[in-house]
Design a protein around this ligand. Sequence first.
Ligand SMILES: [Zn+2]
Length: 92
Amino acid sequence: MPNTKKIFVRTVTFERFLLMGGTERIQNLFCGGCNSETEMMTISDLSTASGIPTLTLFQLSEKLQIHSMETADGQFMICRESVKRFEKGDQK
Ligand SMILES: [Zn+2]
C-alpha cells in the first residue's frame, strides 16, 4: 500500500455571524517570539477585537512582524502582545 500523504486543504470560510463582544476566545499559550506565556487569540477573533483584517494579520505573521503559532488541533493563533507592540510601533 503506497504511503500517500493526504494534503488537507482548509477552505477559508467567512463567518457570517457577528461577534457580539465578550465572546473572543483567549488562550494563555507559550509564545516563542515573546519567550513567555502570552495571550493568544484565533486570527478571526483577534481581527474582530483589533479591527485589523485577517489578511493583514496573515501577512504580518508571514513577515514575522507579529507572533503566531499553530495549536495541536490546527488552530492558527496570534500573539496579542505582538499585535499591540506592532500597532504602537507602526505609527509614522
Ligand atoms: Zn509573542
